[in-house]
Design a protein around this ligand. Structure first.
Ligand code: SOE
Length: 380
């Protein structure tokens, strides 16, 4: 049976424009879905770059103003993969035009922006989703299944970190393509919104709501050359951000993110300790889930390193044969697959804009706590 086409208008052609475009292109090859995404129009500020991206990825056309996507009646879905300061206006206009909306994380530069976006998509009743892709690493999805089945028992501890090292040089400028993450006006915050947000999204999904946080941030390099203004300017982002948290289920947590951990490129790890069992996961070894179960027979009890490549592991029956790994880009493909499945039932797929607002409320609370030195409410 012919599949119904979903015409995609993509805003942004950077790292995330590529991961999303790849996901839309690949999903129909591996997942049997009622819908087939079509790469219709790419939008980027530079006409040449937009055209080159369209040619490379197979978009039908390119434009330089995202409003053209919103006005285009043939476009069903607008995907926002442009810098954080563009998310709000595009999402509001797309929802008002009745388009489905997907948005790269973090949803807003702060929770106030995210709240407006949630109101817009809910008022319009349009399917929506935010690209917190790590939920769809098969090992992470398996962790969710094990927790939901009660295998860990009561959870005592949640520990997460996301470490990078790419901004240590004081000569690295802020602002502009590739470096807007260092410009607070564009990004909203530093590692809190960029990296901790991933850890928080996963944590809220796996372990439930966060009640209170106590945070600490630091900006190690105070001034940097600004690529747009051409001047040396104060750095407004947090370079490192750490916080303690209490979850609603009574568990205690610690979170850490930094771009100053020399030797680490994208070391996202989490460990969860429960009454009966513990789980550990590491993005650098993403196809493995470490699992310890105290109920195992004592003489052979120990940490198991489960290779998440078998057909009964989440998503893996869509890929190769048991034992063969998949990687980072597949998490985005899984996300599109789940979204299209949800859309066929008139639903959104998680994390929805509302789910992502919950993450932004936590990141806002962490930044506030870092300023006040107090524990802060993480639910707004
Ligand atoms: C930052 O370097 C970054 O690209 C984040 O923006 C992504 O969300 C993360 O997945 C990898 O690191």
């Amino acid at each position: 049976m012919a599949k119904k086409k979903i015409n995609v208008g993509m805003v942004g052609y950077g790292f995330m424009g590529r991961t999303h475009s790849n996901a839309f292109s690949q999903v129909g090859h591996f997942f049997d879905l009622p819908y087939q995404p079509v790469l219709k129009t790419i939008c980027a500020r530079s006409a040449d770059k937009a055209k080159a991206f369209a040619d490379q990825w197979g978009y039908d056309s390119s434009v330089t103003d995202w409003r053209r996507l919103v006005e285009d009646k043939s476009i069903d879905l607008i995907d926002i993969a442009s810098p954080n300061d563009t998310h709000l206006d595009i999402a509001l206009a797309a929802a008002a035009a009745g388009k489905m909306v997907m948005c790269e994380k973090p949803l807003g530069r702060n929770a106030a922006e995210s709240r407006k976006m949630v109101e817009a998509v809910e008022k319009a009743g349009v399917p929506n989703m935010v690209w917190y892709n790590y939920r769809r690493v098969p090992a992470v999805t398996l962790a969710k299944q094990l927790i939901d089945e009660g295998r860990l028992g009561k959870i005592f501890h949640y520990r997460a970190k996301f470490l990078q090292d790419w901004t240590i040089s004081k000569d690295l400028p802020q602002g502009g393509q590739g470096l807007w993450r260092l410009d607070v006006g564009v990004a909203g915050s530093g590692v809190t919104g960029d990296l901790l947000a991933h850890c928080i999204d996963t944590a809220l999904w796996l372990n439930g709501g966060i009640d209170k946080v106590s945070g600490m941030t630091e900006t190690f390099i105070k001034e940097r050359h600004h690529n747009i203004t051409g001047k040396t300017e104060k750095v407004g982002i947090d370079d490192a951000s750490l916080f303690l948290a209490r979850f609603d289920n009574g568990s205690l947590a610690s979170f850490e993110a930094t771009r100053y951990a020399r030797g680490h490129k994208a070391l996202y790890t989490f460990e969860i300790n429960g009454e009966h069992a513990s789980i550990f996961w590491d993005l650098h070894d993403l196809h493995r889930l470490q699992y310890f179960d105290h109920r195992d027979e004592g003489r052979t009890r120990g940490w198991r390193s489960v290779h998440i490549t078998d057909g009964d592991h989440p998503y893996m029956n869509k890929w190769w044969v048991p034992g063969l790994q998949i990687g980072y880009e597949h998490t985005f493909i899984h996300q599109v697959a789940d979204f299209l499945e949800a859309v066929s039932g008139g639903q959104s797929a998680a994390p929805t804009f509302r789910d992502a607002l919950a993450t932004d409320l936590v990141t806002d609370a962490v930044l506030k706590s870092a300023r006040t030195g107090q524990w802060e409410n993480a639910k707004g």
